[in-house]
Ligand binder design. Sequence first.
Ligand SMILES: [Fe+2]
Ligand SMILES: [Fe+2]
Length: 179
Amino acid sequence: MFLTKATLNLLNEQISHEFNNHTIYRNIQAYFSNLDLDGWASFFGVQAEGEYDHYKHIISYLDDKDAPYEINVLPYSDYQFKDIKEILEKYYATELITTKMLYEIVEQARVDNDQGTISWLYTMPVSVGGLSLIQEQIEEEDSALSLQSEFMQGFGKSDQLNQQWIRIVNENLIHRLSK
Ligand SMILES: [Fe+2]
Ligand SMILES: [Fe+2]
């Protein structure tokens, strides 16, 4: 079945959105690298890779469908982060918007009775043996929220304690990523 113009437009927007997510997380990775916080940096490096995989995943679907698309990546704007609290808010907000956008594609595909696209969104693994785009999105939204909650539990008392807490979470992240 051919994609309708409406679904195709949404998928086109999603390509650029996923690439933009990738850019945001790379900038966050750079922020932590500069501070020698390798756990935090690696965590956001993994997130960035995931977003790049989503970008490629949607492109390959449109290639399979012989559907036209354009990559309209937003111009790079200097990401300056005030602190980790702001970064974690940005991270969770980014995942929430992404979930919303994917559900809009599902809704549009339902309107079009495009069962193929719905099934692709829910069941086609992004990488071999992995989860589908929607399944990964649900996990990513959850993990953004849990990292934010975990961090905020120990944040805010004093600058010195905050610095210690940032290092503790850094070690936790290193430990988790090595598993
Ligand atoms: Fe994504
Ligand atoms: Fe994501």
